[in-house]
Ligand binder design. Sequence first.
Ligand SMILES: C[S@@+](CC[C@H](N)C(=O)[O-])C[C@H]1O[C@@H](n2cnc3c(N)ncnc32)[C@H](O)[C@@H]1O
Length: 310
Amino acid sequence: MTDPDPLLDAVLRGLSAEPKTLPPTLFYDDVGSALFDRITTLDAYYPTRAEALVFDEHGPALAALVAGDADAVALIEPGCGSGGKAEKLLQHLPAVAYVGVDVSVEALIGGAGRLSLRFPGVQVVAIEADYHQPWALPELPPARKIAFFPGSTIGNFDPADAVGFLAGLREVVGPSGAAVVGVDLWKDVEVLRVAYDDPEGVTAAFNRNALRHLNRRYGATFDVDGFAHESRVDVDRRRVEMHLVARGAQDVRVAGRRFRIEAGESLHTENAYKYDLDGFSDVARQAGFRTLGWFTDPDVRFAVFALGAS
Ligand SMILES: C[S@@+](CC[C@H](N)C(=O)[O-])C[C@H]1O[C@@H](n2cnc3c(N)ncnc32)[C@H](O)[C@@H]1O
């Protein structure tokens, strides 16, 4: 018996589906994490800058909403990356603990080290885990638990799955807990499309890296340059889609299985759902959270929600 590999299972399921899909977790090996860091600095990719404006302008008010009257809080961040955004929130919170959860060990090591140095009084815990799978919270000092999910990653879930994921966070933080969630807002279609297809081609490299990662990690045989990157806006579903479209037919082997990809066929690699303020409040409500407040950047491109367990 070999150990279960949920990522490989998701890959094989996605390549067997019609139309074919790949799980977004595949983007994040060390090359993909570095490419994502570059994306966040691109002119076309507004969400990171817009979100940073919200934290800079409204960080203290946001922290006050979720901390309430608690004199000790524990911040819990699934998909924490290098923890840079947690720093912006921790500085305003009576934090006694920080728990970062990520599939990337490199990101965890760098982030945990930096946060420990910056906040010597805060117990910093790094957990290597896939947040789609059950993971256990370690023993923490008594504190209000606050889940932190910035960067519009919630948009990568279908709305029903976003409810399920937030409901899982609601379980983690408990009845006196809270959450801070970053949400990208619906806007001009071309602004959205270009955010996922920048002229420098960094997002294209990030998207193709999912296949390189598959080749490296599982000995798959994708001809990566045989795929074109495309971003498509689906106005009805309010989402941006990323695709890899085969320029020519390919027969690919992945973990002993063969897959035929026809010329022009797409591998759908990511959805990024965009919300309006009421729409996201409703998702949060269905997950067992009430909206305590939200803050946007001055151009209302991006919102950060403060949620309390209901
Ligand atoms: C787009 S970055 C966001 C990082 C940070 N939260 C922020 O907003 O800047 C996504 C991070 O989530 C991690 N990640 C992606 N899928 C994951 C999964 N299924 N489980 C745990 N971590 C995941 C990646 O390794 C990466 O560090």
